[in-house]
Design a protein around this ligand. Structure first.
Ligand code: ZN
Length: 331
């Protein structure tokens, strides 16, 4: 019996078609419900994200398509305001980014359902991951990008619903018509890849022996941060941590895809209802309240959470430093 169920996050219908990437009834985005009974990490996969396969959407780990994703170091960094800071070095993944985790899960599923080509919309690291893991599986890969569009401009376009239609939705249609496997790292394109990000949280919890107080994550469309959040929730449900961390999404000031337009939906990685103005300091750092909003996207509910904080151009640590200076982490 499978350890997970694939369900539609829009109409709640359980999905019987193992190959389906969207709901067979309403075409809505899909998610997974896992059994928390008898979950143990698999020591045979020490140093790999597949160590956590009981909470990934596979029935067995033997067929995993992997290049050695995960098991990345958690490096102690200079402390800020007396707090110990760690850096999760995701550049150590096989192609240099955390996207390898997502694509490892997606390509594993693609192979299991007999796909021979994996299509992805990406101008960045996800495209590289797709190419590498598809090659590992003996599959062909295809990357769709808009000619001449600077990468730093292209990614937000994918995340803004109004602009998705001519690009991502078109690719989804073509893939459905031609029976091509779509690995794009958005839930509406592929729900399997979303699950890979959970393993970042599992690794952090295992290494620290508990949950950190705060987790800072660079945010494009919200898929990574919400995946990590779900990983911490799993750990909480399993009794591995007593409390959940507060999450902060860091976005670059100049192309904040989550706040640039009058829209409610950031599709499909997360929902944000922009509150206040982009530079409203009273908005403060985003928090677990916002993360609930992120997850609620899939239920078509509106978030009352706060938008992610504009930090400046820097992502990751560069975005973290001003927060630390402003003593956001107190309390
Ligand atoms: Zn549905």
């Amino acid at each position: 019996m499978s350890r997970f169920r694939k369900i539609c996050l829009k109409c709640d219908e359980q999905q019987r078609d193992t190959a389906a990437l969207n709901c067979g009834i309403c075409a809505g985005p899909l998610g997974f419900h896992y059994s928390y009974d008898d979950v143990t990490w698999d020591d045979r996969f020490e140093g790999s994200m597949w160590r956590y396969w009981p909470l990934l959407p596979v029935d067995a780990p033997e067929g995993a398509v992997t290049l050695g994703e995960g098991g990345t170091p958690l490096l102690p960094a200079q402390s800020f305001n007396g707090r110990q800071v760690y850096l999760k070095d995701e550049t150590r993944n096989p192609t240099g980014s955390h996207k390898d985790r997502s694509l490892s899960v997606a390509i594993t599923h693609a192979k299991a359902v007999g796909a021979d080509v994996s299509v992805i919309v990406s101008t960045g690291s996800a495209g590289i991951s797709n190419a590498a893991l598809a090659a590992r599986a003996g599959m062909r890969s295809a990357v769709v990008m808009t000619e001449g569009t600077p990468p730093e401009r292209l990614y937000p376009m994918f995340e803004v619903k109004a602009q998705i239609d001519p690009i991502v939705e078109g690719v989804i249609s073509v893939c459905r018509e031609r029976g091509l496997y779509l690995s794009t790292t958005s839930r509406n394109s592929n729900p399997y890849q979303c699950e890979g990000n959970k393993t970042i949280a599992y690794e952090i919890v295992e290494e620290l022996g508990g949950a950190p107080d705060w987790v800072v994550v660079p945010v494009g469309g919200g898929g990574t941060i919400s995946g990590i959040w779900r990983g911490f929730r799993d750990c909480h449900a399993l009794g591995l941590i007593d409390s959940l961390p507060r999450m902060i999404g860091v976005v670059p000031r100049d192309y904040n895809a989550l706040e640039v337009a009058e829209y409610d939906w950031v599709y499909p990685a997360g929902i944000l209802r922009p509150v206040g103005t982009a530079h409203d300091r009273s908005a403060g750092a985003t928090s677990d309240r916002w993360l609930r909003g992120c997850e609620l996207l899939y239920f078509r509910a509106r978030s009352r959470g706060r938008p992610p904080r504009h930090i400046g151009r820097g992502l990751g640590l560069a975005g973290f430093q001003p927060l630390a200076r402003e003593r956001e982490f107190e309390g």
